[in-house]
Design a protein around this ligand. Structure first.
Ligand code: DC
Length: 226
């Protein structure tokens, strides 16, 4: 079997993981996998079914009938399809973020999505971002990066992104959402957000996107050359 190169990028919400991972994947010709989008799709499915975000039994009953697929368009953008419906934009809504964080704390949801994520790394060179990629999904990844930044700066970045998309919200609301998810994602017992032992730690507070991109792409290229 061919051996593919995997890069795991983990870290809290708004640290810049997806933007930077996408840019690096494009430059290096890797497949970019946004695993948060998969959890968001499960969260949206629960929301659409009228199940409360913390109702583990309700979500569990929903999983067997759940048809989630993922594809990449010509520009490399990952699109999420739920039961035939393209939900790529809808899963970015703030209320879906809370659902995603709550359902992602459920062990059966994590187990349900594990093989889908691993399968991609067995068939492609990947840059995969999430919360548990280096610790659980791809423990043998060639490179693991833990990306973070101060919560206030992450909230400001996320707020600016949402404004551009025309989503009505306030900075305070976005900061509250980030703080809620930081706590939820790192305190859960199933695959909590934490750096893998051998992760390269990067704090992007005060960095421009371009600076973080060059730094991380350089680290990946250096590791690939070894
Ligand atoms: O990366 P994101 O903000 O789009 O992720 C949405 C939620 O999904 C996040 O609050 C935590 C969860 N998640 C997870 O538990 N494990 C992953 N590998 C990716 C995301």
């Amino acid at each position: 079997m061919d051996k593919y190169f995997s890069v795991a990028i983990d870290g809290p919400s708004g640290a810049g993981k997806s933007t930077i991972a996408k840019m690096c994947a494009e430059k290096l010709g890797f497949l970019y996998v946004d695993t948060g989008a998969i959890y968001r799709t499960v969260g949206l499915a629960a929301k659409r079914a009228g199940i409360a975000s913390k109702d583990a039994e309700g979500v569990s009953a929903l999983l067997p009938g759940l048809d989630i697929t993922m594809c990449h368009d010509e520009s490399g953008l990952q699109r999420m399809v739920l039961c035939g419906d393209d939900v790529t934009e809808e899963i970015r809504m703030p209320e879906v973020s809370i659902y995603a964080s709550d359902v992602s704390a459920m062990p059966h949801v994590r187990a349900f999505l594990l093989e889908m994520q691993r399968g991609l790394a067995q068939t492609h060179n990947v840059i995969m971002d999430g919360r548990d990629i280096g610790t659980v999904v791809l423990p043998d990844a060639e490179l693991k990066i833990f990306l973070t930044a101060q919560p206030e700066e992450r909230a400001k970045r996320r707020y600016d992104e949402l404004l551009i998309k025309g989503v009505k919200t306030t900075y305070e609301e976005v900061l509250k959402d980030i703080q809620y998810r930081d706590k939820n994602d790192s305190s859960r017992s199933s695959a909590p957000l934490k750096p893998a032992e051998n992760a390269v730690m990067i704090d992007t507070t005060g960095n421009s996107l371009e600076e973080s991109f060059r730094l991380i792409c350089g680290i990946i290229e250096e590791r690939m050359a070894k």
